[in-house]
Design a protein around this ligand. Structure first.
Ligand SMILES: Cc1cc2nc3c(=O)[nH]c(=O)nc-3n(C[C@H](O)[C@H](O)[C@H](O)COP(=O)(O)OP(=O)(O)OC[C@H]3O[C@@H](n4cnc5c(N)ncnc54)[C@H](O)[C@@H]3O)c2cc1C
Length: 526
């Protein structure tokens, strides 16, 4: 067993909340260790819809959540501009929606101090020509599109720069308890199988939809997570350049978000018993495509690239009664104080919330910890910019292309869809030291375009082989692992052009490279 590390604060979970908490606590001078069972943002944060909420979605049904979004939307634009594209948003009344809801919507926006304005339908159609011409009302709001991977990595890098240790692929398998207090955790390195004990002054549970599993390790059984599964489909280009919301009570398939070069329709909200078992069904795919038609006619004729599911960390305290529909659970967050609730010291859990409010969630959690520790350390995350955002320049769609054009002839292009050059890929491979090609997908968007890795991933495998000196068998296993992951998101939407693409990819990988029979003793490391 390795040397036992000691930290002031152990953060469990490397999603948006955990990364935000690590950044906040590190900025306040705490010595932090963050543990994540997989890669950063491999949980719900890397499987979300991409929307930086203006708050409009919640103004009628959940005004507290709306007000939080209004404030946090403005702060995140200031502190992590490189992670956000200012697309703006529209709420539109489709022929299936009640036009009178628009008045309640505007009233709610005023109460939440959300700057919304009704515009002529003709103006909305001028701005978004593919929008359903039968819409009856349209309102502008400051919605935006946010890149979760950039956000999480930026906060994690910031935390590291302030001394935090970020341990990916380290799963908490037990919590240590001394005299009724949580004093750290046993973690297992998922790559080597090695176990490690971490002593911590305080443990912050930011494991989202898995939080109840962690609490179970502390003997706390009656805080339940009500996992709300949602599916999303990425269409292969920007059908709209503005976030489009249906102007109605939150429902399924009522938001279309332009994210980089694609647009994403979502989502559903279905109770799921296990956050690790969230399969996509054909009925859900059909429902999503039909919902897309309401906003953009002939939506189904566009090319669907990929479908995936995520699971909302909606909490239900068993002491407060059972939950009905997961849509009725508030989207606000709450710190669960286990000293007060369960008589367990040294442990706090963050419950609920959304990616848009990650900074506020982190602030509330670290404030609650400081209060229990009896120390006053002010929060700086509303002013401090984490790495990658220092120049205050907001992301815009042409950023990557602009950079690429400056070095057009100097560098080999590896991933044409996402414009990733060889140098950037090699640097990332050296810096991360990972043998898992999927880690580089999350980091750089490798293989995320229309060909879903068809043309770039065998090149990237060769480069990984060279850079990391993997042997042939390990490189083959890594390639196969990547292809299997991509396939999961492609097969439920196989129709039209994407079916043709999948056949071509199949010919390349099965026909030319015979990947199924490449020598490989082991499957890819996690
Ligand atoms: C379908 C869908 C769409 C959404 N769309 C939006 C949106 O557009 N805008 C928005 O603001 N919000 C959205 N949300 C909500 C938002 O995505 C989540 O609230 C947010 O990402 C949760 O972040 P988190 O860090 O709390 O959880 P996660 O990102 O899930 O992080 C928790 C981490 O804990 C890790 N973990 C679990 N068990 C262990 C263990 N034993 N040891 C170590 N680590 C462990 C997991 O691997 C995971 O990475 C959406 C949610 C869903 C489901």
């Amino acid at each position: 067993m390795r040397e036992v590390p000691r930290a002031d604060v152990l953060v469990i979970g490397g999603g948006a909340t955990g990364a935000g908490v690590a950044w906040d606590a590190a900025l306040r001078g705490f010595d932090v260790v963050l543990v994540e069972r997989g890669d950063l943002a491999e949980g719900t944060s890397g499987r979300f819809h991409g929307l930086l909420h203006s708050g409009g979605r919640y103004v009628v049904k959940d005004p507290v959540a709306a007000e939080e979004c209004v404030v946090e939307n403005a702060i995140l634009r200031r502190v992590i501009p490189d992670c956000i594209e200012d697309t703006g948003g529209l709420f539109v009344t489709t022929p299936d929606d009640d036009p009178a809801y628009g008045d309640r919507f505007l009233e709610g926006c005023r109460a939440a101090h959300l700057p919304a304005e009704e515009i002529d339908v003709a103006e909305a159609l001028r701005r978004e020509p593919r929008l359903n011409p039968a819409i009856r009302r349209a309102f502008t709001v400051p919605d935006a599109s946010i890149d979760a991977w950039k956000t999480v990595w930026s906060f994690a890098r910031g935390a590291s720069a302030h001394g935090a240790r970020i341990l990916t692929y380290h799963r908490v398998v037990a919590l240590h308890r001394t005299d009724g207090a949580v004093t750290g955790a046993r973690v297992r390195n998922e790559r080597t199988g090695e176990e490690l004990d971490i002593e911590a002054g305080f443990t912050l549970n930011a494991s989202g939809a898995w939080a109840a599993q962690i609490l179970h390790m502390a003997g706390i059984e009656d805080v339940g997570v009500v996992p709300g599964k949602g599916i999303m489909i990425a269409m292969n280009h920007r059908l709209v350049n503005t976030v489009i919301n249906r102007c109605t009570m939150p429902a399924d398939g009522d938001i279309l978000v332009p994210v980089r070069t694609v647009s994403i329709i979502g989502t559903t909200d279905i109770h799921s018993a296990d956050p690790d078992q969230i399969p996509v069904t054909q009925a859900e795919v059909d429902q999503m495509l039909d919902d897309g038609e309401r906003l953009v006619p002939r939506f189904r004729e566009a090319r669907a690239l990929r479908v995936w599911a995520g699971v909302r960390p909606l909490f239900q305290d068993a002491r407060a009664g059972a939950v009905g529909d997961t849509r009725d659970v508030s989207r606000t967050h709450a710190v669960i104080d286990h000293r007060e609730r369960d008589g367990v010291d040294g442990l706090l859990t963050m419950s609920g919330g959304k990616l848009t409010t990650l900074r506020l969630m982190a602030e509330d959690l670290v404030d609650a910890m400081c209060a229990q520790l009896g120390t006053e350390r002010p929060c700086h995350t509303a002013e401090e910019r984490p790495p990658g955002n220092e120049d205050g320049e907001p992301y815009h769609l042409g950023s990557r292309l602009g950079r690429r054009e400056r070095t057009l002839q100097e560098e080999q292009l590896i991933c044409e869809c996402e414009l990733i050059g060889r140098r950037r890929l090699e640097e990332a491979m050296r810096a991360r030291g990972s043998t898992n090609l999927d880690d580089f997908r999350r980091l750089l968007r490798l293989g995320m375009g229309p060909c879903q890795g068809g043309f770039c991933i065998y090149r990237a495998t060769g480069i990984l082989h060279g850079v990391d000196r993997l042997d042939g068998a390990e490189a083959s296993a890594s390639l196969r692992g990547f292809l299997q992951e991509r396939w999961k998101g492609v097969w439920p939407i196989l129709y039209g052009d994407q079916l043709r693409q999948a056949r071509l990819d199949d010919w390349i990988f099965q026909g030319l490279l015979d990947v199924e029979h490449l020598p490989s003793e082991q499957e890819v490391a996690p």
